[in-house]
Design a protein around this ligand. Structure first.
Ligand SMILES: *Cc1c(COP(=O)(O)O)cnc(C)c1O
Length: 409
């Protein structure tokens, strides 16, 4: 089936692109001799786990449910990290996980009897207190006062009180990046090695967390490999990476239909997809997602009002700006949803032609942090899930009223 023939809304997983990403990740595993895990919180489409498992070493989880999914559907190395674990969950986690990473010394000690008896490999997350991301405070685990990881001061105090604190602890974990290149990893590593050298010594493994945008076109893989080799040589340990985004970056779409056009000053397309329900990162991050065959207004240095006025007065924004990128993009629309949230606006876009009711639009880079974050606010239907291989689409999951009702009482 062609992507434009899918009943909407529908997410489409691009298997070819996914495999392309996985080949890049496999080449990093081989070149650096490290292990790469899928962070399931970004992408948990277990239909693709058999494919993913051909290329990388396993899964990591944010808690019991993801850990179970990784165990059931991938069955390779299975890791878990959470800011805190419940006692009843820990009983099960030690049976299904290979590595468990604790966020604090109190969690490590609280669960010690269980993990020590089970013989699972345990690590401690540290907080290097070194931020490398400017504008995305909600994604910065190193922001002042962050609850993530043990700071140097806390660790030194705890070790002074109990020098045997880290007995049985195999690994150290840090996760500080988000959509970043390897120069930020390199800078972070320098701080980590300087501050935490005394606890890194003698560990079996060091986990560099996620946020490495390895499969992005301009990512510097050489520097990543150098960083991994440096740590392996210095501590004679295994190195793990656990990216989420990089696994399925640009490997998915969200197909939607234009239900109506409303013009109360801004020509707005009402879609059967929603930022609030189907792409919440658009509002949380916030960002404007890429749309096939369209240009984001934010990339033109103009705003929708200015562009509209130019069109109306017969001025070409191309000429006005001297910007080649707007050549032929003669229509501007705001894309919004059929929810009742006023702020459910996906973004403003320029198109080469008029968009009509019934047209299908295709949002890009919609595999990650989308399906895992879906909700049914407003009773909006959950998009079905399809796969695409060599241009041919196939529905693998559909949802209905029961999925809305079933989560309520
Ligand atoms: C979110 C997260 C990841 C994955 O991050 P991406 O930005 O999707 O690569 C990995 N590890 C931990 C601990 C995380 O919180």
């Amino acid at each position: 089936m062609n992507i434009r023939d899918l009943k909407t809304p529908a997410y489409v997983i691009d298997e070819n692109k996914l495999e392309e990403n996985l080949k890049v990740l496999e080449s990093v595993e081989k070149a650096a001799g490290c292990k790469i895990l899928l962070a399931q919180k970004a992408f948990s489409n277990f239909y693709t786990y058999p494919l993913i498992s051909k290329y990388i070493s396993g899964t990591t989880a944010s808690g019991l449910y993801e850990a179970r999914l990784g165990k059931e559907e991938m069955g390779k190395e299975n890791h878990v990290f959470a800011p805190a674990f419940k006692d009843e969950d820990m009983e099960e986690l030690v049976k299904i996980c290979d590595h468990i990473v604790f966020n604090s010394i109190s969690q490590l000690e609280h669960h010690r009897p269980v993990w020590q008896k089970a013989g699972v490999s345990v690590g401690l997350r540290i907080n290097p207190e070194f931020s490398t991301q400017g504008d995305h405070a909600i994604y910065d685990p190193c922001a002042p006062g962050s609850r993530f990881g043990v700071t140097l001061k806390k660790l030194e105090e705890a070790l002074e009180a109990n020098p045997r604190l880290l007995d049985g602890v195999d690994g150290i974990h840090f996760h500080t990046l988000c959509e970043q290149d390897s120069d930020d990893l390199e800078a972070t590593l320098e701080v980590v090695l300087e501050k935490f050298d005394f606890v890194l010594k003698g560990r079996k493994w060091i986990n560099f967390g996620g946020g490495h945008h390895i499969t992005r076109e301009d990512y510097d893989i050489e520097t990543l490999i150098r960083c991994i080799n440096q740590v392996k040589a210095r501590y004679n340990c295994e190195v793990y990476l656990e990216p989420g985004e990089a696994i399925a970056l640009n490997a998915g779409y969200l197909v939607t239909t234009v239900l109506d056009k409303v013009d109360n000053g801004i020509e707005t397309l009402i879609l059967d997809a929603s930022a609030a329900c189907h792409m919440p990162d658009v509002l949380e991050m916030p960002y404007v997602p890429p749309l096939k065959d369209a240009l984001k207004v934010e990339d033109t240095d103009l705003d929708i009002w200015t562009i509209k006025k130019m069109y109306k007065n017969g001025i070409s924004p191309v000429r006005a700006m001297g910007k080649q990128i707007m050549e032929g993009y003669s229509h501007v629309y705001r894309l919004s949803s059929f929810t009742c949230l006023a702020g459910d606006i996906i973004g403003d876009y320029c198109f080469k032609g008029e968009i009509n009711i019934g047209d299908k639009l295709i949002f890009e880079d919609m595999a990650i942090y989308s399906m895992v974050k879906n909700n049914t606010f407003n009773g909006i239907p959950l998009p079905s899930i399809a796969t695409m291989k060599d241009g041919d689409c196939r529905i693998i999951k559909e949802f209905g009223y029961e999925d809305f009702k079933g989560r309520l009482s």
